[in-house]
Design a protein around this ligand. Structure first.
Ligand SMILES: [Zn+2]
Length: 79
């Protein structure tokens, strides 16, 4: 089933997981609140590939891009 493309952050989406590598083989994967736009662990900015995590701890989607006009984040939810 294709993800649902929404231009806004869903209400139950409260956490994001950092997608940046911290060395050759390890992804940072730190959990950050959606109110934070940089990672508390590695300090990098929230970016494409970040996982969307719900208020119940489930992975519900991912950051798939940015609107070319508004630069708003585009989160794709799996369900
Ligand atoms: Zn990080």
């Amino acid at each position: 089933m294709p993800g649902v493309l929404l231009p806004t952050v869903r209400e139950d989406h409260t956490v994001w997981s950092c997608p940046w590598p911290i060395d050759e083989n390890i992804i940072c994967s730190a959990s950050n609140q959606m109110t934070e736009t940089t990672c508390r662990n590695c300090g990098k900015v929230r970016w494409v590939g970040a996982e969307a995590i719900s208020n119940t701890g489930m992975i519900i989607g991912e950051l798939t891009g940015h609107d070319p006009v508004t630069t708003e984040e585009i989160w794709t939810y799996y369900y």
